[in-house]
Design a binder for this molecule. Structure first.
Ligand code: SF4
Length: 354
C-alpha cells in the first residue's frame, strides 16, 4: 500500500482545512475506503480521520420537525433507533438489508452515502476503467454486465450506486448537509450523486475539503410511515448488494393514494426517483392495475447497458410488489430481513404504525 500522512483534526473547521489539500481523503469507518486502498484502486496522499470529531454522532429532532442524522451515526444504531424505525420504517428496513451485522456496527451515515460502485472492473486494477483512470476506457462495456445500469448510464460508464440506505433517502426528499471552507450548505440527496456522462470520475457534487456533517429528513417525510417499504432483490439472502431495490411510501387519504414516493436502487449511478410513476399514483385507488401502470412508467426510459435486460422486468415487478406491500400497511415491526419479493402478499388491513 502507498504510504500516506495521517491527520486527526480536533474540529470540523480543522478537518475541512486539512482535507482541502490535493490528494487528501476523509477516513471514518473505512469499510469501503480501506479495501480500495489495499487493492490499489485509490491511493490518497493523506487520510483525515474524522471519527473523533465531536457532535457528528447524534440523531436530533429540530424545531421545525426535521430529523438530523449526524454523519458518524453508525448504520446499526440508526436502524435500531426506535424513533427512526417508527417515523421512517423504509429507512430502517433498507439499513438492515445492507452488508452484515459486523459492518453495520461500524459503517457510518456519511460513509454509506459516499460508498463507491461495486463494478468489478473498477476494483480490478488490471481492467480499463474511466472512473478510476479518466480516459482509459470502460472494460465493463462488452464484459460481464448482469448487474450494471439500466438507467442514466453513458458510453463512458455503466456502473451503479450500490447503497440501500440512499434509496429511501431519495424517496423521502432527504438532504445532505455539507461543511466547506466558506461555511455550510445543504444539497438535496437526489442532486448529490452525479450520473456518469462524460466524466464518470466525478461521482458527487463534493469539492475538495467538503465534509458531509449530517443527513436531514424533512418533517413531511413522516407522512409515509404507515404505508412504507424497502424491497431488495439479491443473489443470496444476506451480505449481498442489490440486483435491484425499491423504496416506496404512500400517504393514504381514505381509500385513495394522496401522495406516493418511489425510488429505485442499483439501476443507475445514483438512487433513481420515479417521479412520473408518483404522479400517476396521486389521487388513484391502490389497485393492481394502477400499480402496474406506475411500474411501467418508472421503467419507461430503461435500456440495457449489456447483458442485463432482465433487470428492467425485475425492477417493474419489484415496484408492483413494493407498492402492494406498502398499501397493505407497514409491519408493526420492521423485519430483521427485508420482505422477500417471493413471499405471499399480505391481505389488506395488516397492522400499521399508530
Ligand atoms: Fe469503470 Fe464505470 Fe466502466 Fe465499471 S462501468 S469499468 S466503473 S467506467
Amino acid at each position: 500500500m502507498k504510504a500516506f500522512d495521517y491527520i486527526r483534526p480536533a474540529s470540523v473547521a480543522e478537518a475541512v482545512a486539512a482535507a482541502a489539500r490535493p490528494g487528501a481523503a476523509y477516513l471514518a469507518a473505512g469499510t469501503n475506503l480501506l479495501d480500495l486502498m489495499k487493492g490499489g484502486v485509490t491511493r490518497p496522499d493523506a487520510l483525515v480521520d474524522i471519527t473523533r470529531l465531536p457532535g457528528l454522532d447524534r440523531i436530533e429532532r429540530l424545531a421545525d420537525g426535521t430529523t438530523r442524522i449526524g454523519a458518524l451515526v453508525r448504520n446499526a444504531a440508526l436502524a435500531h433507533d426506535p424513533v427512526i424505525a417508527k417515523r421512517y420504517p423504509a429507512l430502517a428496513e433498507a439499513l438492515l438489508s445492507g452488508a452484515s451485522g459486523q459492518l453495520r456496527n461500524v459503517a457510518t451515515t456519511a460513509g454509506n452515502v459516499l460508498q463507491r460502485t461495486r463494478c468489478q472492473y473498477f476494483y480490478d486494477t488490471a481492467s480499463a476503467c474511466n472512473k478510476r483512470d479518466p480516459g482509459a476506457g470502460c472494460e465493463a462495456r462488452g464484459g460481464v454486465t448482469r448487474g450494471h445500469a439500466i438507467l442514466g448510464w453513458s458510453q463512458h460508464c455503466i456502473a451503479t450506486h450500490p447503497s440501500d440506505f440512499c434509496v429511501p433517502l431519495a424517496a423521502l426528499d432527504a438532504s445532505v448537509e455539507i461543511a466547506w471552507p466558506a461555511g455550510a450548505r445543504s444539497v438535496p440527496l437526489e442532486a448529490f450523486h452525479r450520473l456518469p456522462g462524460d466524466h464518470p470520475e466525478r461521482e458527487t457534487v463534493l469539492e475538495p475539503g467538503d465534509l458531509i456533517v449530517a443527513v436531514t429528513l424533512p418533517a413531511d417525510a413522516e407522512g409515509f410511515a404507515g404505508h412504507s417499504r424497502y424491497l431488495k432483490v439479491r443473489e443470496r439472502t444476506s451480505y449481498a448488494f442489490a440486483v435491484v431495490s425499491a423504496a416506496v411510501g404512500l400517504r393514504m387519504e381514505g381509500d385513495r393514494i394522496a401522495e406516493a414516493r418511489i425510488a429505485l436502487g442499483s439501476v443507475a449511478l445514483k438512487p433513481w426517483r420515479a417521479r412520473e410513476a408518483e404522479h400517476l399514483l396521486a389521487g388513484a385507488a391502490p389497485t393492481p392495475e394502477t400499480f402496474a401502470r406506475a411500474a411501467q412508467a418508472a421503467l419507461a426510459e430503461a435500456t440495457p447497458s449489456g447483458d442485463n435486460a432482465h433487470k428492467i422486468e425485475l425492477a417493474r415487478r419489484l415496484v408492483v410488489r413494493a407498492l402492494t406491500l406498502a398499501a397493505a400497511g407497514t409491519p408493526a415491526l420492521v423485519p430483521a430481513l427485508p420482505a422477500s419479493p417471493f413471499a405471499p402478499l399480505p391481505s389488506a388491513g395488516a397492522p400499521v404504525h399508530a
